[in-house]
Design a protein. Structure first.
Lengths: 196, 398
């Protein structure tokens, strides 16, 4: 099992802390520029998608060779705030009838599962993608959910975990790359990693 | 495989699955044109609830369940649908063996609007909404809210199927719902995705979709030999196009792969119907026709119910599956309202007339933003169990 933990002031990948100097929304941009790059669409993304993109890119860089064009990898993520980060930004564009400018470029991100789509597009994953919203971080729900989606006979590995973004500066991610049957992937382990 | 033990639709066409089925069979719709609705500057056509009636019915429900707290429009709609389904069963919804699964795209999003009544700052969060509904019902398990765009209703049923088959729960209450708001209507208008008139699925003159409101609930249990005569969700699959966040794949990639997965081992000749997404946007209907052909289903009758309800978003996968079950019980394939002249590149078998069928299985197909696609294969379990039943249970050829 490989994992990544991202909070607004630090990024840890498999126990290794990434050297960074900024925080909040700037942290994600800094990491995109210094460690990812080559995907200008990043700057069009809302806060949740930027978080998911950075988390998945850094995590998948650990995979040798990095997989692409496959149907046997699922992307199943959970959070508390859904697409609130972008919902609030979209609401601001329509709140005032005198200043009403609904933008399709903002509206498209008002669904939490856009991020699972972005990760699929980037990696050419044709497998299962799903986003679920639960009242709070709950490692048992995430582990039970994984044992459930591995019931699909096609699915052999997954990117799964917690990806929450209240607004562009406030977020919380714990994503794991896990194979079917991995004994390390337990609620206790997820809880411990989330407390890092 | 899981068996449907009760279902209940709340929609502008009526309260209860049978009432809805009869209305659709008779060709009814509540799709109407709205002008200057809730400060939305452009007119639109949609199927919207009579909210005075919802509130009146919910008031009676809340009295009967001894709950005096305030519920949003979305929560009222969900609870009316859940209570309607529960009333047909003897199950104790408060039991720890019962899982609540919700399917919605936007839930209480209207609460972000400063015009809205105030319910507390975190009530806009889907998990908080679901917890509020769970508390009304006395259920203490963590409710799961699937928010996977327009395919959420099928994803919620697949989630229920897996959770029941894992043995963690004995029953799953699956509720799909969405209510319309200035937020959603303005967004779809900004996309130029809305038809100004009643939608025309698969038609050469289709101009886009209509939005709709509704809630639909199915209560599922693991299928056993006692469930003869009931509808079962036999297999489900979710696949991604890996192509674009808002446009469907030109090759129908994810829908084709989802169909291929649920059809594995089944004789496609036994399938009576593919109940499509069929939103009546240019790209969706074209994409579905390609996926259906690639999956070897081009001769199978298809239909879509968007001409009666509009696109009910989180409700669609549950509502349209229920109506397809009721229609096959009535040996009927429902007409595709709004369709006149074939307007997709593949010759899908679609009709604007109700047709007779003797079939007892169908596929429900959906696709949505984020490149996601889902399919479920449903089968009616033989009324007199025996060898026939075990063949169905194994998912083999019937």
């Amino acid at each position: 099992m490989k994992w990544i933990r991202i909070t607004p002031d630090k990024i840890v990948i498999n126990r290794q802390k990434l050297n960074t100097s900024s925080t909040g929304g700037e942290l994600l941009k800094e990491v995109y520029r210094n460690h990812i790059g080559g995907y200008p669409k990043f700057f069009k993304m809302d806060g949740l998608c930027r978080l998911g993109f950075v988390a998945s890119e850094l995590l998948l860089a650990q995979e040798q060779p990095r997989r692409t064009e496959c149907e046997d990898r699922a992307v199943v993520l959970y959070n508390r705030t859904g697409s609130l980060c972008d919902d609030s930004e979209y609401q601001a564009t329509i709140q005032d009838t005198a200043d009403y400018y609904p933008s399709p470029a903002i509206f498209v991100y008002t669904l939490p599962n856009i991020v699972t789509g972005e990760i699929s597009i980037r990696n050419k994953y044709y497998g299962e993608t799903m986003f679920c919203v639960i009242p709070d971080f709950d490692p048992q729900v995430i582990v039970d959910g994984a044992s459930d989606f591995f019931q699909d006979p096609m699915t052999r590995s997954a990117l799964t975990g917690w990806l929450d973004c209240t607004d562009r500066d406030h977020y919380d991610a714990l994503i794991v790359l896990v194979d079917k049957g991995d004994s390390e992937f337990t609620p206790e382990r997820l809880a411990a990693l989330h407390n890092l | 495989m899981i068996a449907n033990i009760a279902d209940y639709i709340v929609s502008p066409l009526g309260y209860g699955s049978q009432a809805n089925y009869e209305a659709v069979k008779a060709g009814c719709t509540m799709l109407r044109r709205y002008d200057q609705w809730n400060d939305v500057p452009e007119p639109f056509t949609a199927s919207l609830m009579d909210w005075a009636e919802v509130e009146s019915r919910f008031h009676d429900l809340a009295v009967a369940w001894h709950d005096a707290s305030d519920y949003t429009r979305f929560e009222q709609l969900c609870l009316l649908s859940i209570a309607g389904a529960l009333a047909q069963t003897g199950i104790d919804v408060a039991s720890p063996r019962v899982l609540l699964v919700f399917s919605t795209t936007k839930g209480n999003v209207e609460l972000l609007d400063s015009r809205s009544k105030h319910y507390g700052s975190d009530r806009v969060l889907l998990g908080v909404t679901a917890s509020k509904i769970a508390r009304f019902l006395g259920n203490r398990n963590v409710p799961i809210v699937v928010s996977n765009a327009c395919i959420s209703g099928l994803c919620a049923q697949i989630t229920a199927m897996r959770a029941l088959e894992s043995g963690r729960y004995d029953y799953a209450v699956v509720t799909g719902a969405d209510v319309q708001s200035r937020f959603i209507i303005s967004g779809f208008q900004s996309f130029k995705a809305l038809s100004p008139v009643q939608c025309k699925p698969f038609d050469r003159d289709r101009q886009g979709l209509n939005l709709g409101e509704g809630a639909a609930t199915i209560i599922y249990k693991r299928a056993t030999s006692d469930d003869g005569g009931r509808w079962a969700a036999a297999r489900g699959a979710i696949r991604n196009d890996a192509n674009h966040i808002s446009g469907p794949s030109r090759t129908g990639e994810g829908s084709y792969r989802a169909l291929r997965s649920v059809l594995a081992g089944d004789d496609t000749g036994r399938i009576a119907l593919v109940n499509c997404h069929g939103t009546a946007t240019l790209y969706n209907d074209e994409m579905e026709s390609i996926a259906i052909e690639r999956a070897g289903l081009i001769d199978v009758p298809v239909n879509t119910l968007k001409g009666y309800y509009g696109h009910t978003m989180g409700a669609a996968g549950v509502l349209e599956a229920i109506l397809s079950m009721h229609s096959l019980d009535d040996h009927t394939l429902l007409a595709t309202r709004g369709f006149e002249h074939l307007g997709v590149s593949r010759p899908v078998n679609v009709s604007n007339q109700n047709r007779a069928t003797a079939g007892s299985s169908f596929v429900k197909l959906l696709s949505g933003f984020g490149g996601c696609n889902a399919a479920i294969l449903y089968k009616k379990l033989p009324a007199s169990p025996g060898q026939d039943f075990s063949t169905v249970m194994k998912g083999g050829k019937q």
